[in-house]
Design a protein around this ligand. Structure first.
Ligand SMILES: [Zn+2]
Ligand SMILES: [Zn+2]
Length: 301
């Protein structure tokens, strides 16, 4: 049975982008790929199924023991770092459990086909349809939907293929999860597109700002610093400076830098967070900023 306590608990199980990054350089922030647990209004919600979903699954199994679980997994997109942990998600092997996977179209083939693809026999010994948990994969068509009493919204991100961010409105507060996104504005300004292109780029950022507006917690792709970003324009990932500006403009309360680059060790990630705080302070903003850290919990009232 799910927790019925009021409020909203967010826990980071994987904060890394692209590929798992274990080793002495990442012990502080963690090396698992994208996975965030949200417990609110009696629901167990999981944002993405990167490798962080493996330890989350073990923790859920230990917590619930013989009790059935009803779990909803929201997939932002089917790039590997957002789905690769699912074959190792223990609750999906227990026939008592229900695991509902929601997302938008996987890269052309459809969500169910893409998720099953990584478990075909050349890659994994158990097929998705052989997992004994009651797994239901639903491709969402609408941009707003409900998971129990949690209202959810999705918005398409600037990232190769189809990728969405999610906004969850819980009784404890709201969470915006934007794991892979490149803000449009800087592409327009720095890289010589036409005036019309710049205008439409800013209009697209305006839509993102609306999507994240006044979120209590914003978890967002901040993979690059400014120098790195210049070498990665068009890769679909964010520059930390842009992310800070967007969060301030959207009146977000607490910003978590997310999708840390596999080349960034703990010291580098800490420096990025420090420079992000400096940038916000220089604008007189009260925005709270942290780099997302595996194992960290955030409680909303
Ligand atoms: Zn990613
Ligand atoms: Zn991606």
């Amino acid at each position: 049975m799910a927790s019925t306590s009021p409020g909203c608990r967010i826990k980071f199980w994987g904060v890394r982008g692209s590929i798992p990054t274990p080793g002495p350089g990442t012990v502080e922030y963690g090396g698992n790929t994208s996975c965030v647990e949200v417990r609110a209004d009696g629901q167990i919600l999981i944002l993405d199924a990167g490798t962080g979903i493996r330890p989350l699954g073990l923790a859920l199994a230990a917590e619930f023991q013989q009790s059935p679980m009803d779990i909803t997994v929201l997939i932002s997109h089917t790039h590997w770092d957002h789905i690769q942990g699912f074959p190792f998600f223990t609750p999906a092997y227990n026939p008592r459990n229900k695991v509902r996977i929601l997302g938008y179209e996987g890269a052309r083939a459809g969500l169910a086909t893409t998720l099953a693809g990584q478990m075909e026999s050349p890659y994994f010994p158990i097929a998705l349809q052989e997992m004994p948990g009651n797994i239901l994969i639903e491709e969402l068509k609408e941009l707003s939907f409900e998971v129990g009493e949690v209202k959810a919204a999705a918005w398409f991100m600037n990232h190769p293929g189809i990728a969405v961010g999610y906004r969850l409105f819980t009784s404890g507060g709201s969470v915006a999860y934007v794991p892979d996104n490149e803000p449009f504005g800087r592409q327009g300004v720095s890289h010589g597109v036409t005036e019309a292109g710049e205008t439409s780029a800013f209009a697209m950022d305006e839509k993102l700002i609306e999507f994240i507006r006044e979120a209590d917690v914003l978890i967002i792709d901040s993979q690059y610093n400014e120098a790195e970003y210049d070498a990665h324009v068009g890769w679909g990932h964010g520059c930390v400076d842009d992310v800070v500006d967007l969060a301030i403009e959207a009146c977000v309360k607490h910003l978590f830098l997310f999708h840390h680059d596999p080349c960034h060790d703990d010291a580098f990630v800490s420096d990025m967070a420090a420079s992000a705080r400096k940038r916000a302070a220089a604008q007189g903003s009260a925005l709270k900023i942290d780099a997302a850290r595996e194992g960290e919990e955030v409680l909303l009232p």
